[in-house]
Design a protein around this ligand. Structure first.
Ligand SMILES: Nc1ncnc2c1ncn2[C@@H]1O[C@H](COP(=O)(O)OP(=O)(O)OP(=O)(O)O)[C@@H](O)[C@H]1O
Ligand SMILES: Nc1nc2c(ncn2[C@@H]2O[C@H](COP(=O)(O)O)[C@@H](O)[C@H]2O)c(=O)[nH]1
Length: 206
């Protein structure tokens, strides 16, 4: 009997492209996916909730997690740490459920190195101008931070070839449908591989 593990989906892309918006709309439709809540040292924004949006940590607490190797990946991004708790991801995948990460590019590339069987999706803006408008209009960042995030965005976009899929976030619904198709297609692929593997095993065992 082949144990069915869950699939790790990683959504990333530049700040302001709409990762959070698209992920929330996807989760309204797909209840089978499990979202991995990240840890961060950045201050909580108005309207955010501990344990829903992030686990908010001090720099010392975060660095202890790094030392204790409790993070699947982490990155320093525009002056703060962000990271994915390892235990939740591993246990959820082991139990056969899919896990969904929404993280920036340095972290996604670390996951790809250590977990190449993951599925990596890059969310792309309709244009750099629209990206800037979205992050400015969100109104959560100071002008300096917006500029730093946009500088990072250009470097992040250069890395998009490392991803399995690129989805343009022009209309939210269209981006969500495309990600749903990716999820379905990855399940079909893995089912096919599992069937072939089963056939080979049966032939070998007689
Ligand atoms: N397809 C879209 N069309 C228009 N506006 C959008 C679209 N997707 C997201 N937005 C808006 O763009 C802003 C940024 O979206 P969001 O916060 O989801 O981005 P993000 O990639 O998660 O950002 P960050 O990486 O900084 O957390 C929000 O105000 C959101 O409402
Ligand atoms: N490498 C990681 N990046 C993460 C994680 N959780 C979120 N993020 C990304 O950080 C930036 C900034 O987020 P914000 O909430 O301050 O706007 C954004 O790209 C997030 O996707 C994580 O665990 N690891």
């Amino acid at each position: 009997m082949i144990e069915e593990k869950g699939i790790l989906f990683v959504l990333s892309g530049p700040s302001g492209v709409g990762k959070g918006t698209v992920r929330k709309a996807l989760f309204d439709k797909d209840t089978a996916l499990k979202y991995s809540i990240s840890m961060t040292t950045r201050a909580k924004r108005e309207g955010e909730t501990e344990g829903i949006d992030y686990f908010y940590k001090s720099k010392e607490e975060f660095e202890r997690m790094i030392e204790e190797k409790k993070l699947l990946e982490y990155a320093q991004y525009v002056g703060n740490y962000y990271g994915t708790p390892k235990e939740y991801v591993e246990e959820t995948l082991e139990s056969g459920k899919d896990v969904f990460l929404e993280i920036e590019v340095q972290g996604a590339l670390q996951v790809k190195e250590n977990f190449p069987q993951g599925v990596f999706i890059f969310l792309f803006p309709p244009s750099l101008e629209e990206l800037a408008n979205r992050i400015i209009n969100r109104g959560t960042e100071t002008e300096d931070i917006v500029n730093n995030r946009l500088t990072e965005a250009k470097k992040e976009i250069e890395m998009m070839d490392a991803y399995d899929y690129v989805v343009v976030n022009d209309q939210i619904d269209t981006a969500v449908s495309k990600i749903q198709s990716i999820v379905r297609s990855e399940h079909c692929k893995r089912e096919r591989v599992a069937k072939q593997y089963k056939k080979v095993l049966e032939a070998e065992l007689g």
